[in-house]
Design a binder for this molecule. Structure first.
Ligand SMILES: [Zn+2]
Ligand SMILES: [Zn+2]
Length: 198
């Protein structure tokens, strides 16, 4: 019992949280096709940017249930739902999950734009699951992948889309344009930074 208490304390200190807070961890889940180099780059960037521990999970296949039959692309929201069921955040371990895929993920039913391909999706602001896709970012553009990952994780850390005038804040809505991603820096404006919480 005493040893268990010490372990919890050590984990809490490692995570930078107060000793009485449960540990926080970001789980990085590479789906099939994502290279070890991409996973490593995202792991290092996320840990450095948010100052949180990152645990890399073994690669796996996208859930078959997520496939939309219309354009034969995975529905991002269904992938996030499946992750939500598997990685419950408990009082003992508060977990955010970031999945990576090479597949062209889509939003199935946005008004005006059904089956709309996206760079990434978070299930909601302050939710626990998000996903980023390399498909629309261009080959070898790990720099863009990292920015999309930091953006989606920002949503899980309670950041809505940025409404400040800053063109370089990561939380701007890219609206499907890589030009917007390229204009962003690995940077959060002051207004967004103030809203950041686990
Ligand atoms: Zn967003
Ligand atoms: Zn901002």
């Amino acid at each position: 019992m005493r040893l268990y208490g010490l372990l919890i304390l050590a984990l809490a200190l490692m995570s930078g949280a107060a000793p009485d807070s449960p540990p926080q961890v970001i789980c990085l889940l590479p789906f099939a096709g994502i290279t070890p180099a991409q996973t490593k780059a995202v792991e290092q960037a996320v840990a450095a940017f948010y100052g949180l521990p990152v645990a890399v999970l073994p690669p796996e296949e996208l859930p078959a249930s997520a496939l939309c039959p219309v354009r034969r692309r995975p529905r991002a929201a269904v992938v996030l739902d499946s992750l939500h069921a598997r990685f419950p955040s408990t009082p003992q371990a508060r977990t955010k999950v970031l999945a990576l895929t090479t597949e062209d993920i889509e939003l199935e039913d946005p008004p005006q734009k059904p089956h709309w391909g996206v760079f990434g999706l978070a299930n909601r602001v302050g939710g626990n699951e998000c996903i980023a896709s390399t498909f629309r970012l261009g080959p070898g553009r790990t720099d863009r992948l990292i920015k999309v990952c930091l953006h989606e994780l920002g949503h899980t850390l309670h950041l809505p889309h940025c409404t400040s005038a800053s063109a370089s804040c990561l939380m701007r809505d890219a609206g499907g344009k890589v030009a917007t991603v390229d204009a962003e820096k690995e940077y959060l404006c002051e207004a967004c930074r103030a809203k950041l919480r686990w």
